[in-house]
Design a binder for this molecule. Structure first.
Ligand SMILES: Cc1ncc(COP(=O)(O)O)c(C=O)c1O
Length: 366
């Protein structure tokens, strides 16, 4: 290197050098963990997924995949009473969320979202050198429709059901927000299959509503990376212009299609997860812990010691105790509304039994 020449990192724009990457939940390499920290499904995907992926292995891997994931678009559209032109497929819904920020707020635009909500949004905004416009919930977690509708931004992300709280918002309220907000309302429905209602019906009625979905949760395919957005064809057209040309690989397209088509299997898995969720909720209720009503595959609960102490230190202590017992949950310590809580993914009944036993031991120590 010539003296005085800049280091390679110094060549990047300042906003890139200042970036903090999204912090994913821990993925321990060694076995033996009860892993309840990243809202994965405890059950395997439909057996048809493996069959479809096997069929795709071999000579065709020489060939590029369908750049538009056409079969997946068609199947998703059919499932939701939409047209192929209403659908785009992504490498997970994170890809789709990224495309939305890139297309509608790229080059430094404003993006609205709530706090707490999915912590990827501010990262995507920072990548585009954009500005986050944030509305905070209060402890009730009711949707602040008026404050949200007044945000001046081309895009507003609403996680519903919300993460990490698990709270689902009434569709009537989401629809009134859609009517009042002047930008694109993106309803991130990663967990919608575990909820009683969803916003998909708004897409046909509201040209500025986008609904995103994923196969990572209810379909047990977090490792395959398949997500969707449903929206007005003009929105989809713009997203198509900014995406990678081959954003979903062959194996993901084949496996994703098989999963979507096995709706009965998914419905059965969802029923089991929801039943375990409600049983686990009763365990927390029995301990006298406050838990938000969950419309997802996780519970957001406030650990309470036997003598009634709660708060960030208690939640962190409980998290660490569970960690020492190889039970992995998630603690979001950086926000006042989340720091006193733990987010616990719904696992199998046996995993939740292990969790309950570990919590009893913690209560004896705390
Ligand atoms: C609210 C929300 N949206 C999107 C995602 C990302 O899903 P995917 O695996 O499809 O990228 C997650 C994952 O945890 C999530 O919690």
């Amino acid at each position: 290197m010539k003296t005085g020449a800049p280091s390679p990192a110094a060549l990047a724009p300042e906003h890139v050098r200042a970036l903090h990457a999204y912090t994913p939940g821990l993925q321990p390499a060694e076995p033996g963990w009860v892993k309840l920290n990243t809202n994965e499904n405890p059950y395997p995907p439909s057996p048809r997924v493996e069959e479809a992926i096997r069929r795709e292995l071999g000579d065709v891997l020489r060939l590029y995949p369908d750049p538009r994931s056409t079969k997946l678009r068609k199947a998703f559209a059919r499932l939701h009473g939409l047209q192929e032109a209403n659908v785009i497929v992504g490498n997970g819904s994170d890809d789709v969320l990224n495309l939305l920020v890139r297309a509608f707020a790229g080059g430094g635009g404003n993006v609205g979202f709530t706090l707490p909500s999915y912590s990827l949004y501010p990262v995507l905004v920072a990548i585009e050198h954009g500005r986050s416009r944030v509305i905070e919930f209060d402890r009730q977690m009711t949707l602040p429709v008026e404050a949200l509708s007044e945000i001046a931004a081309p895009v507003l992300f609403l996680t519903s059901p919300n993460a990490p709280t698990g709270v689902g918002f009434p569709i009537a309220e989401i629809e009134s927000l859609a009517g009042a907000f002047h930008g694109l309302l993106v309803v991130d429905e990663a967990y919608a299959d575990f909820a009683r209602e969803n916003a998909m019906g708004l897409v046909a009625r509201h040209p500025r509503v986008v609904v995103t979905r994923t196969l990572s949760k209810s379909h047990g395919l977090a490792g395959l990376r398949v997500g969707f957005a449903a929206a007005h064809p003009d929105v989809i057209d713009l997203l198509d212009r900014v995406r990678d040309s081959y954003n979903v690989n062959r194996l993901s397209q084949a496996g994703g299609l098989a999963a979507l088509e096995d709706a009965a299997y998914t419905a059965d898995v969802v029923r089991r997860v929801v039943a375990t969720r409600e049983r686990t909720r009763e365990v927390f209720d029995g301990l006298g812990w406050f838990t938000y009503p969950s419309a997802t595959n996780f519970l957001f609960t406030e650990p309470r010691t036997r003598d009634g102490r709660t708060g960030p230190e208690i939640a962190r202590g409980c998290y660490e105790f569970l960690l020492s017992r190889k039970v992995l949950v998630r603690h979001f310590g950086s926000h006042a509304l989340t720091a006193g809580f733990l987010r616990i993914t719904v696992g199998t009944d046996s995993q939740m039994h292990t969790l309950a036993e570990a919590l009893q031991s913690w209560l004896n120590h705390a």
